[in-house]
Design a protein around this ligand. Structure first.
Ligand SMILES: [Zn+2]
Length: 244
């Protein structure tokens, strides 16, 4: 089985990118991806993000077991609105995780707004994915160390593992925080191999963009990872962390 923990559906109002249902389905079929965890594009109003969350729920209903939702309302929405949209996504739409994007929303993970995502993930007992890498200082991976220690029961997934440039910081987070994981998107194969051996099974396939699907799979399959290491990245770790 192949599980992709980082996919998007909808228009991204920060990055002007259109993530379409057709692209997701086409790449999923072409590369035999079995399950995708799908989050909206960056939306800045509750109306925009609720519509995209509903579209993700429609996709999950149309293909049972193939798609799961990840909620991503702006942490800068009024607190009650943020909390209620997370509740709606998890309790009513069946979503299984929450996303926090420090770059797209201009939010420091440790700020009052950033902490809303950590509090919500704790309240609903779901994994929290946090973008890391581009967007310094808020997206610096090491910002997660004090939060991971404070929210020690949370499963946290570093999207992009620092985007290469901050790979050393991602390694420091893996070293310090046993409940922090990472997705493979935009990270070089030799680092995935090194981290698999230094930190154990903490990595999971993340494409971020449907166009990356073939590239990400080829990277994982051709960089000298053992079959067991590949299995952990492609299925095992994601199944455990997201309780699939
Ligand atoms: Zn993304």
């Amino acid at each position: 089985m192949i599980v992709d923990v980082h996919a998007h559906l909808g228009w991204d109002y920060t990055f002007d990118e259109d993530f379409t249902r057709e692209d997701l389905l086409e790449k999923m079929g072409r590369y035999d991806v079995d399950v995708q965890i799908v989050q909206p594009g960056t939306c800045h109003t509750i109306e925009q993000v609720a519509k995209q969350h509903d579209a993700i729920a429609d996709l999950c209903r149309a293909f049972p077991g193939r798609f799961h939702g990840m909620a991503n309302p702006s942490p800068h929405l009024p607190e009650a609105v943020y909390r209620d949209e997370v509740r709606r996504c998890i309790a009513e739409l069946g979503f299984i995780a929450i996303k926090l994007h420090p770059l797209a929303f201009g939010v420091n993970p440790g700020s009052q707004a950033g902490r809303r995502a950590f509090e919500a993930a704790r309240e609903w007992n779901v994994p929290l994915m946090v973008h890391t890498g581009a967007g310094i200082p808020f997206s610096s991976p090491v910002n997660l160390i004090p939060l991971a220690l404070e929210y020690a029961e949370l499963r946290i997934v570093m999207a992009h593992c620092g985007h290469i440039v901050f790979a050393n910081e991602a390694a420091a987070v893996f070293e310090r925080c046993p409940q922090v994981y990472g997705d493979t998107s935009w990270s070089p194969g030799h680092l995935l191999r090194a981290w698999s051996r230094t930190h154990g099974p903490r990595l999971m396939l993340g494409t971020d963009h449907a166009d990356n699907t073939g590239t990400e799979l080829a990277k994982i399959r051709t960089v000298g990872l053992t079959p067991a290491e590949q299995h952990a990245i492609l299925e095992g770790t994601a199944s455990a962390v997201f309780s699939l």
